[in-house]
Design a protein around this ligand. Structure first.
Ligand SMILES: Cc1cc2nc3c(=O)[nH]c(=O)nc-3n(C[C@H](O)[C@H](O)[C@H](O)COP(=O)(O)OP(=O)(O)OC[C@H]3O[C@@H](n4cnc5c(N)ncnc54)[C@H](O)[C@@H]3O)c2cc1C
Length: 406
């Protein structure tokens, strides 16, 4: 016998950036929302915490309190570390956030707008009936609603149970730690401009390492693209991470570590699901595989998809149309916004990591600041369509000049 304890217009499973954003926008439209999370908040989430400038522009309500620091520059190294490209700007190129604080802040904004929030409770099952959706909870209760948004991360229960989830042939697997430092130590080492570093194919492994200096800690991590189910034998990711950390320390790329942090792991979906809607269900964020495969940047897409899911749900509630056909509008909205960008970034990633092409490409790019500036504008402003052909033309000309030794 199912014990229904309450009834809502929309139940959102998962209170990360996708779920909290959807909740905020829905509540602002007067929709009755329940936001659920299996963890108690504030909770941590494996992440580099790099937030693109385009996210700050789009969600201008992200206040300074939610930002740890800004980065005004960065360096990207080829796998041999013999070549690198460098960017230094007067204005921030990215913000750094501490996920525990950032995600909690977003949830608080949703609650302020009228969302009911329940943490420490896990959704275990979903049932779609003709007249409603029922979400079962691990405490034995169930909640009913018109619609359910699955924002429950990369291994989404909602995606799986609804049949929308599919087997990812490849995932990004990462290990990282946030190493605490005194602020003055970081000011001295990374300057107040907090220059980040990125190392392509460290030790030839298909992926990249990063160093993200925040206000009072440095987020150091490494990610590898793996086929799902692969058993890494030669190097475990843990061994690779320790080798990477040793390399950073040996070359004084991070300050001497006094109190080490705790290593944590996480997965990145590398491409979106084919279908992100079904009768009474929408998926967003990592649950829908909405992430930039080139940069590992997922917060922007999670929040944007959360907003599109909220817009679609509000229309569905108003017009009493909760079937898949009506909800397909959501997929059109997010695909129009960032679908092409994801595809393009996936192609660039493949091109960059194949063989030792990264050496050649980074060497070429390091000779032409104008193309680096164009790439940066495209990455920070997200206007891919506008810039991609300019960049391709310039890159081809660079390539040809290099070929003829000009
Ligand atoms: C190591 C690493 C580094 C990364 N670095 C960056 C970065 O620097 N910048 C960036 O933009 N992105 C980064 N990402 C990606 C980013 O973390 C995700 O894309 C982003 O968190 C997606 O947000 P989300 O709301 O979809 O999911 P999540 O943030 O994963 O939130 C999902 C929530 O659902 C809850 N949940 C799960 N199952 C259930 C359930 N059954 N019932 C109730 N609640 C449930 C979880 O507790 C969680 O709070 C990184 C990812 C990893 C793994």
């Amino acid at each position: 016998m199912v014990k229904i304890v309450s009834s809502y217009d929309v139940v959102i499973v998962g209170a990360g950036p996708a779920g909290a954003t959807a909740a905020k926008f829905l509540s602002e439209k007067g929709v009755k929302v329940l936001l659920l999370d299996k963890n108690r908040f504030p909770r941590d989430k494996p992440c580099g915490g790099v937030l693109s400038v385009k996210t700050l522009k789009r969600f201008s309500y992200i206040s300074e309190e939610l930002i740890s620091s800004y980065s005004f520059g960065g360096r990207i190294y080829s796998s041999s570390q013999n070549h690198h490209i460098e960017v230094q700007l007067e204005k921030p190129i990215a913000a750094f956030v501490v996920r525990k604080d950032f995600d909690h802040g977003l949830v608080q904004l949703a609650v302020k707008s009228g969302t009911s929030f329940r943490d420490g409770v896990s959704a275990t099952d979903i049932q779609i009936l003709k007249e409603k959706a029922i979400v079962r909870l691990d405490n034995g209760d169930s909640v009913e609603s018109e619609l359910v948004i699955g924002a429950d991360g990369v291994w989404s229960m909602i995606a799986k149970k609804s049949g929308l989830g599919q087997h990812y042939p490849y995932v990004g697997r990462c290990l990282y730690e946030e190493i605490p430092y005194a602020q003055n130590v970081l000011d001295e080492h990374f300057t107040k401009k907090r220059t980040f570093q990125m190392y392509l194919k460290f030790r030839g492994v298909y992926g990249f390492g990063w160093v993200a200096p925040k206000k009072d800690c440095v987020n150091v991590g490494i990610g590898e693209i793996q086929s799902t189910g692969s058993q890494r034998t030669k190097h475990s990711l843990q061994e690779l991470y320790h080798e990477y950390l040793h390399f950073l320390k040996e070359h004084k790329l991070i300050p001497t570590i006094i109190s080490p942090g705790k290593t944590q792991g996480g997965f990145l979906p590398l491409h979106p699901l084919d279908k992100t809607f079904a009768d009474r269900i929408l998926l967003c964020g990592d649950a829908a595989g909405q992430m930039n495969p080139l940069t590992g940047d997922g917060i922007h897409y999670a929040m944007s998809a959360g907003k599109f899911a909220a817009d679609t749900c509000a229309m569905a509630i108003e017009s009493s149309k909760t079937n898949a056909s009506f909800l397909s509008k959501y997929q059109t909205l997010w695909k129009n916004d960032f679908g092409e960008e994801m595809k393009l970034c996936g192609r660039v990633l493949k091109m960059l990591l194949k063989g030792n092409r990264d050496e050649k490409y980074i060497r070429l790019l390091s000779r032409d600041q104008q193309i680096v500036d164009l790439l940066l504008t495209m990455a920070t402003e997200g206007r891919i369509q506008e810039y991609q052909w300019k960049i391709i033309r310039r890159f081809v000309s660079l390539y040809v000049r290099d070929f003829f030794g000009l």
